[in-house]
Ligand binder design. Sequence first.
Ligand code: ATR
Length: 292
Amino acid sequence: MKNPRRSLLPLAGVIGWPVEHSLSPYVHGFWLNSYNIPGNYISLPVASKDLPDVLHTLPKCGFAGINITIPHKETAFVLADHASDTAQRLQAANTLYYTANGQIIADNTDGFGFIQNIIQHVPIDHDWRKPALIIGAGGASRAVVDAVLQKGASIVYLANRTKERAEKLANDLKNPSNLVVIDWEQKNDVIEKTELIVNTTSLGMKQAASSPVCVLDIDFNKAPTHCVVTDIVYTPLNTTFLQNATDAGLTTVDGLGMLLHQARPGFKRWFDLDTYPEVTPELRAYVLGEKF
Ligand code: ATR
């Protein structure tokens, strides 16, 4: 049964608290315009106490689904009626779909975004089975670790300043034998074995002018020449972490593409496209021009 409200004007959006900083309305707005779809994508600031009511009301107003951002990703997963395997592994959702009778299906596309960004920007196919080093164990790290493991990495070294947090992340992912938590000080000891190095920490992010930007102490000169280095921080686009990797002759991928690619599955399904919308240089330029 088709929801009659849907045929009027497909609606979607992003829920967060706060949500003003979200780039998602620019991304989806660009695609709505380029694919000539008469829909709308809006930002909805929703406090935690209101989330259940809002999520159950939106399909009654014609919403096909919604993106979820901080701090609601875990609660949205709990509130969903069904969940994809990825959302279940991560126990968190960033994309919700509504069924015709208003049920909520939870998905998590952050890992998809991470992988697709690398696939798009690395000139020679990256061999995902090779060892990886992932730095950081915060909210953003979880999806990246899971995605790299799902791609078949033979070993993922995980280093976090607070080791207990990395151990908890490994535990939440059911302690796969190829996920190895190492000490923060051991990062440089595994570099020569790794062909993918990822920064998921907030180090290097542009702060207030007064506060110094901290930099990770990674010795990229020890890395194999075909090692790929990526940072999920995208303000600035070219972080010192990436610049140091470039200076050492390594291939680097900036973090903006992860944000753009994670949006594709939601857009396709909500706005009924046959294929995923494309991440083009024009989209990147538009988002950069509007927001930075
Ligand atoms: P997010 O959800 O965006 O990942 P987060 O959950 O606050 O944000 O996690 C931030 C990450 O950056 C964590 O891995 C954090 O390390 P801790 O778990 O030890 O706090 C890391 N981080 C932030 N500041 C750091 C610093 N000065 N040195 C090293 N790691 C840092």
